[in-house]
Structures are given as structure tokens and as C-alpha cells.
Design a protein around this ligand. Structure first.
Ligand SMILES: Cc1ncc(COP(=O)(O)O)c(C=O)c1O
Length: 387
């Protein structure tokens, strides 16, 4: 049987929560959305949460809410899913990248500082927004990035697609202490799922209001935002060019039900990851390091091959595991190496840490329902191919 690298956990409780919505009057724009948003606010200690149909939509709405547009520059890490960078291009702005730290695999604060200093000294554009990504759920060094944001006057969107339930300096990811907006994904391979879905959290009322507008066509029913007195109860105004980025109540109900198990989900991932740490210790691998001041969401367990000690290549190890029904994956193909980004002028070799990571990294199965037996199979198969 196939052991996937990630998989949702669905209980009878989840099923009945979804069924209840299907039997109700509102499949969308009903009471489950604010309920789910409240769950996220509580879990993250944030003041506002705006649910959308994906993290991609939430990243786009977050950029728009911060005023990103033509002529602006936004920086992110090259070692991420393309959505962290695409959201900037959707706004007509320019994307650029800051290479990763070799140990945490996250955007490097020291390389960020060097790039900012260099840009300022040469009179080049400074970023309007920086998007650090908490890769695998491991929080970025937000305190340092935030200090740079103050000095260089940029805004911060945390891409926490992998990090719900994680903590940084003992505070929940998503509380926006060191950022303007935090975005989570609820795709089925993530820690908590709504099928497809995303949420943006913020402590800024205006940003929440603007993201709410972009989520729903730029339309408001709030008289205080209208240009003239309401014509009646039916009346609404379109005051921005928005989208249909709404989450359905079916999805939100699943999210509400799943959020009850958030701590359990993350704790189990930690237990499995710790077990991998013990079982893989003697193999020619670099295992994921955990930073002492944070608690990862543990979305992914990424091993890196010590290629210099191995007779087999990255691709051979990958194929060996896949042929034996172990659903390994690679996170990520550096964004700047994608043909679309190459056509924008990016070149291989520009972000060597991310590129070196890509050549050796592999995500092995890690999800709530992974059994110890399945985990042993993954370890034994890896041992067999690496020996
Ligand atoms: C780091 C990161 N950002 C953004 C996204 C986009 O999330 P979604 O699939 O919810 O749009 C993903 C999804 O894989 C991701 O891994």
C-alpha cells in the first residue's frame, strides 16, 4: 500500500460537521465562516482572521491590502512553493529573492540585511514587503526580520502555510507580533485541512477590512465605507476591484471540526519526527534541526543526503523509494529556476544555498495517521538504498 508523504485525518465528527452544513440553508456565506475565523483568532491570539478559498488567494489579498502594485518590489525566499512569489506578480509588482540559511532552510536574515544594505548604498529599490516562509513549519527568525523592517521600512507577510499550531518565542505563529499579516494554508497535506482553504490573520482593522473586500469582489455593505447613503436593505457598493476568494461553509465547518484537534495534530507530528530523528541518526543524512526558541508545526520532515558519502544519486534514492510505494517528495524546486521566472531574468546560480538544498533534499512521509509500522517501513527502505 502507498505511504503518501502527507495526508489528511478525517473523523466521524468531521463528516457530520460537513453533512450538517449540506443539510442547512447556507452552503456558503453562512455562520461557519465567522466560526472558523474565530477558531483561528483564538489559536493564534490575533485580532482578525479572514478566511479565503486558498492560501494563494490569501497571499494575493494580503499583498493588495498592503498596497503592493506596479513599481513596487517584494522579496521572498526562493525555497518555497511558487505561490509565495506569484502573489506579487498578480499585483503587477516585481519579485526578488533572498537566499536561505543553510541550517534552517528559511530566508536568511543576514543575507536579507546584506541585500538591503547593498540596495540602499546603490540607490536600488528597497522592498515594500518581505514574505518570509516558515518552511516545514519551522519559524523564521522573525525578531531579526522585524528589526530590519523597522530600519528599512518594509511590511511583512508571514507565509505560514506550513506552520499552524507552531510557536515562536513561546507565542503562536499568526499572532503577527513581528509582521503585518500571516497567511495559513488548509490544503489536505497541511496540518489542518478544509479541503482547499487559507486564512490571513492580522491585528490591523484596516488590513482585515481590505482583505475582506478583496475576498468578495471589492463589495461592501458597510454604510461607513460607502460614497453615498444606502438606497435600502438590498444596497451594496463595489469600492475596489476584488475577486471571488470566498471559502464555503462546507469547508469552514470541516476547519472548525479539525481545529479542535490542532494541538493533537502537531504533537503527533513531533512524536513521529522525533522517532525519525532516532531511527535515522546513523545514516548518511542531514536531519532537520529545530531552533531552540521555537516549536515547529512539523508539516514536513526533510532529510538531506550526504551525497559525498553515498554511491547513489538523489534521483536514484527518490526513485527507489517511490518504486516501493513510499511517497517521497522534494520541497522545493527553487522558484527562480522555474521557466516562468527564468523568462523574467532570473538565472540558475543566483541563490546557491537554495539550489544546493534542492539537489539533496527529500521529504519523507509525515502525517497524523502515519503508523509506527509504516514509519519503520520508510526507515528500512531508506536504510536499504543508502547502505
Ligand atoms: C509555502 C506555501 N505557500 C503557499 C502555498 C499555497 O497554498 P494553497 O494551496 O492553500 O493555495 C503553499 C501550498 O502548498 C505553500 O506550501
Amino acid at each position: 500500500m502507498q505511504i503518501p508523504y502527507g495526508k489528511q485525518d478525517i473523523t466521524e465528527g468531521d463528516l457530520s460537521a460537513v453533512l450538517d452544513v449540506l443539510k442547512s440553508a447556507n452552503l456558503t456565506q453562512g455562520p461557519q465562516i465567522p466560526k472558523f475565523e474565530n477558531c483561528i483568532k483564538q489559536a493564534t491570539n490575533s485580532n482578525y482572521a479572514v478566511a479565503m478559498n486558498s492560501a494563494t488567494s490569501a497571499l494575493h489579498a494580503a499583498c493588495l491590502a498592503l498596497g503592493v502594485g506596479k513599481g513596487d518590489v517584494v522579496w521572498t525566499t526562493p525555497l518555497t512553493f511558487v505561490a509565495s512569489a506569484n502573489c506579487v506578480l498578480y499585483c503587477g509588482a516585481t519579485i526578488d529573492f533572498v537566499d536561505i540559511d543553510k541550517d534552517s532552510y528559511n530566508l536568511s536574515p543576514s543575507l536579507l540585511e546584506a541585500k538591503l544594505r547593498d540596495a540602499r548604498s546603490k540607490g536600488l529599490s528597497l522592498p515594500k514587503v518581505v514574505i518570509p516562509v516558515h518552511l516545514s513549519g519551522q519559524p523564521c527568525e522573525m525578531e531579526k526580520i522585524h528589526a530590519l523592517a523597522k530600519e528599512y521600512e518594509f511590511k511583512i507577510i508571514e507565509d505560514a502555510s506550513h506552520a499552524i499550531g507552531g510557536r515562536y518565542k513561546n507565542q503562536p505563529i499568526g499572532n503577527c507580533e513581528y509582521s503585518d499579516i500571516t497567511v495559513f494554508s488548509f490544503h489536505p497535506v497541511k496540518i489542518v485541512t478544509t479541503g482547499e482553504g487559507g486564512v490571513a490573520t492580522t491585528n490591523d482593522k484596516l488590513l482585515a477590512q481590505r482583505m475582506g473586500l478583496f475576498r468578495s469582489h471589492g463589495i461592501t455593505r458597510d454604510p461607513s465605507l460607502m460614497t453615498e447613503p444606502t438606497h435600502g436593505d438590498w444596497y451594496y457598493q463595489q469600492i475596489e476591484l476584488g475577486f471571488n476568494y470566498r471559502m464555503t461553509d462546507i469547508q469552514a465547518a470541516l476547519g472548525v471540526s479539525q481545529m479542535d484537534r490542532l494541538h493533537d495534530f502537531v504533537a503527533k507530528r513531533h512524536a513521529l519526527a522525533n522517532r525519525y530523528d532516532d531511527l535515522l541518526e546513523d545514516l548518511p543524512l542531514v536531519l532537520p534541526k529545530q531552533s531552540p526558541d521555537s516549536y515547529s508545526g512539523r508539516h514536513l520532515y526533510v532529510i538531506k543526503l550526504r551525497s559525498e558519502d553515498l554511491q547513489v544519486s538523489h534521483a536514484q534514492v527518490f526513485d527507489y523509494l517511490r518504486q516501493r510505494s513510499i511517497g517521497v517528495n522534494v520541497h522545493y524546486i527553487p522558484v527562480h529556476t522555474q521557466p516562468y521566472y527564468q523568462a523574467l531574468g532570473f538565472r540558475c546560480g543566483m541563490y546557491p544555498n537554495a539550489e544546493a538544498h534542492y539537489e539533496r533534499a527529500m521529504s519523507i512521509p509525515l502525517f497524523y495517521g502515519l503508523t509506527l509500522e509504516q514509519q519503520d517501513t520508510v526507515v528500512e527502505t531508506l536504510r536499504a538504498v543508502l547502505k
